[in-house]
Write a protein that binds this ligand. Structure first.
Ligand SMILES: Cc1cc2nc3c(=O)[nH]c(=O)nc-3n(C[C@H](O)[C@H](O)[C@H](O)COP(=O)(O)OP(=O)(O)OC[C@H]3O[C@@H](n4cnc5c(N)ncnc54)[C@H](O)[C@@H]3O)c2cc1C
Length: 402
């Protein structure tokens, strides 16, 4: 036993020639279509429609979606490689191309066959975009604290409330929305939440103000207002009152992608810093000749490759449908996002004044990486997950940690 895992075989990473071929295809797309406009996206705080169209033509929206629902049927490793490659150039577009996963995953995990056939294929083809609306002004990490309600009235559900920080809301046509359908029993706060599929043009559903966050410019989240939004019974997603599980399993599933996004960022800032350190001269020699700079680069590379291994390992466990994946994804997300944060700060320092000149496109990575440490579960919440999963593995039952 390699505590807390069973054996050294649990640390296998399975990558194939096909994965590498896929990575190269994404790299080509990114260099041709994304790189030339990455700074434009940053400056305008807007991703052009044509880029979405080109990504859809290449099938990028369907990468992780089964073929029977219109996707490419590729595995978790492919999704991770795609996120890494896109985020190396534009983390914002990485989010834009993958955020619909937070809609598709709960529909595939909990939806009826009819819901899957109706909602997943258009999203997989990139014809319709989709988003996930759970966070509220008063509840983020504390999912059980949501105040949006859904009440059954004459055979329909009527939803009222507000959602906050909803990525992709400006373009999405389909949403999964969480709401409280019954008050929680005193000792089980998480009970009584239900997810619904809501279409954008439903009366009373309004996408509100844009939230001007520091990073991922171009893919800014929005507020959502729900006023007497009438939803038919067939749009209930999953068991009534069990929405907490829907949310947790959705985030468990997608978390490794945020870790991959961080690896893409760390890769970008490492490459930029190495190039700069080779070219920039001070005191008559390239600055890479100074130990202070060289050691920063060495640290960046050590942690970058360690983060990459964690991410590929978590993706391998996900492909194998192993329970250990849940912990591995939290390990990968926490480590990779913090590595990316540190590497982005090092990159700024190595670039000196040019590191904080927005025109060079170096400082943007630090702003982007801060978001990766927060969304899809803050790193504090990941640390809680890690210990909860560890105790579950050791003692077989969850132990309450607050
Ligand atoms: C750019 C962006 C995009 C987003 N996109 C979406 C989206 O598409 N859909 C969606 O539903 N949400 C989205 N979110 C919301 C995101 O998931 C939440 O911001 C996140 O879960 C944290 O919630 P919060 O902001 O309410 O912070 P809080 O939960 O209030 O946390 C505040 C601080 O307290 C800490 N904390 C809270 N509880 C604990 C605890 N039990 N133990 C230890 N520390 C704790 C947190 O780690 C954090 O440091 C997005 C957020 C951002 C910034």
């Amino acid at each position: 036993m390699v505590f807390p895992f069973n054996s050294s075989l649990d640390f296998n990473i399975q990558l194939s020639e096909e994965h590498e071929l896929f990575r190269k295809t994404i790299r080509e797309f990114v260099e041709k279509e994304l790189e030339p406009i990455a700074m434009e996206i940053e400056k305008n705080n807007h991703i052009p429609d044509e880029l979405f169209e080109k990504a859809a033509q290449l099938g990028l929206f369907g990468v992780g979606i089964p073929e029977e629902y219109g996707g490419q049927g590729a595995d978790h490793m492919n999704t991770v490689l795609m996120m890494e490659e896109i985020s190396r150039v534009s983390p914002a577009f990485g989010t834009a191309v993958t955020v619909h996963g937070l809609f598709v995953v709960p529909v595939l995990l909990y939806g009826t066959e009819e819901q899957k056939r109706k909602y997943v294929p258009p999203v997989a083809r990139g014809e319709k975009l989709a988003a996930h609306a759970n966070t509220e002004p008063w509840a983020g990490s504390d999912i059980a604290g949501i105040r949006t309600t859904a009440k059954k009235v004459n055979g329909h559900w009527v939803i009222n409330g507000r959602k906050m920080f909803i990525t992709g809301a400006d373009r999405a046509e389909f949403f999964v929305v969480s709401a409280r359908t019954s008050p929680p029993p005193q000792d089980k706060r998480w009970k009584g939440i239900t997810f619904f599929i809501v279409e954008r043009d439903t009366p009373g559903f309004k996408v509100g103000q844009k939230i001007n966050v520091t990073g991922l410019r171009g893919e800014h989240p929005h507020e959502i207002i729900l006023e007497d939004v009438k939803v038919p019974e067939e749009n209930v997603l999953g068991p009534i009152g069990e929405g907490f599980k829907v949310a947790v399993n959705t985030y468990n599933h997608g978390r490794v992608n945020i870790a991959a996004q961080a690896v893409g960022i760390a890769q970008a800032v490492f490459e930029k810093s190495l190039n700069y350190a080779m070219q920039r001269e001070a005191f008559g020699r390239p600055i890479i000749g100074f130990e202070a700079v060289a050691f920063k680069l060495a640290d960046m590379l050590i942690k970058l490759e360690a983060a990459r291994l964690l991410v590929y390992w978590a993706a391998t466990l996900a492909n194998q449908k192993r329970r250990e994946y849940v912990m591995a994804a939290s390990l990968a997300k926490t480590f990779a996002t913090e590595v990316a944060e540190e590497a982005s700060a090092h990159a700024i320092k190595i670039h000196g004044g040019y590191g904080v000149d927005v025109e060079t496109g170096v400082e943007r990575y630090l702003r982007d990486t801060l978001i990766t440490t927060i969304y899809e579960g803050t790193n504090d919440i990941q640390r809680l997950n890690i210990i909860r999963e560890l105790l579950r593995q050791v003692f077989g039952a969850p132990i309450n940690i607050t």
